[in-house]
Design a protein around this ligand. Structure first.
Ligand SMILES: [Mg+2]
Length: 236
């Protein structure tokens, strides 16, 4: 076991659905704000608010709820009703209670990968909610280690790899976000595989300058990973 290669896996939108819950709530929120603002205006104010709040609140549902409340007050110029705020809070509770939906064939693919890799789950965001999702995913037994970090920065990857005694040059990370799962891993000397999800939050989308000079493989689906890695990693 100790000599198996370590494979890092992202969780949200790599193993299970996440962004879809945010999009659905945002769609309802835009409707709630319709008396005061059109959709693009509400969406733009919400995104700006989230961008400003993430460094303070971290990622996840609770910060999203706070940003919706702030946005509601801003776009309604303070005239939003308490009942509307209650509705936003209720949507947040529903998101924090939503069942975990694995992406297609993830359970079988994880079992295959766990046969010849030590699986290190690295997810970012709210500790309580991320732990809940991991626990209810049914996948816990297949993970060698589970890490919840505040931000997937080069510093965070160095810290996690160092703590587990993993040589970065032997490490491969897999995930749906180029800025979180790919670029910082390449920057610490590891390798990364990008598996895009059809929904990606604007703050998780790489700009061209982020990608400049970095090369990494892109797969269509998680199910392609075992065969791809067998070729990519175990080649002499
Ligand atoms: Mg993700």
């Amino acid at each position: 076991m100790d000599d198996l290669p370590v494979l890092g896996l992202d969780a949200d939108d790599t193993l299970w659905e996440n962004e879809v819950h945010f999009r659905e709530t945002e769609r309802r929120f835009v409707e709630l704000m319709a008396p005061w603002a059109d959709g693009p205006t509400t969406e733009a104010v919400l995104l700006d608010t989230e961008r400003a709040n993430v460094p303070i609140t971290g990622y996840g549902v609770k910060g999203f709820v706070l940003s919706m409340v702030e946005t509601a007050i801003a776009v309604s110029d303070g005239s939003v009703e308490p009942a509307d705020i209650s509705q936003v809070l209720e949507w947040g509770r529903q998101m924090l209670d939503a069942p975990v939906t694995l992406l297609p064939d993830v359970a079988a693919t994880i079992r295959t990968l766990a046969d010849d890799h030590r699986l290190l789950l690295i997810t970012k965001g709210d500790l309580t909610d991320q732990r809940r999702k991991v626990d209810s995913s049914g996948l816990t037994d297949h993970f060698w280690r589970i890490e919840v970090v505040a931000e997937k920065s080069t510093h965070a990857y160095r810290e996690v790899l160092g703590r587990h005694g993993i040589d970065p040059t032997e490490f491969v990370m897999v995930g749906n976000s180029v800025p979180s799962d790919v670029i910082p891993v390449l920057e610490v000397g590891g390798r990364a595989v990008h598996i895009p999800h059809h929904l990606t939050w604007a703050l998780e989308t790489a700009t061209v300058s982020d990608i400049d000079g970095h090369e990494f493989p892109i797969l269509d689906s998680f199910t392609e990973l075992p065969a791809f890695l067998a070729d990519w990693l175990h080649r002499d």
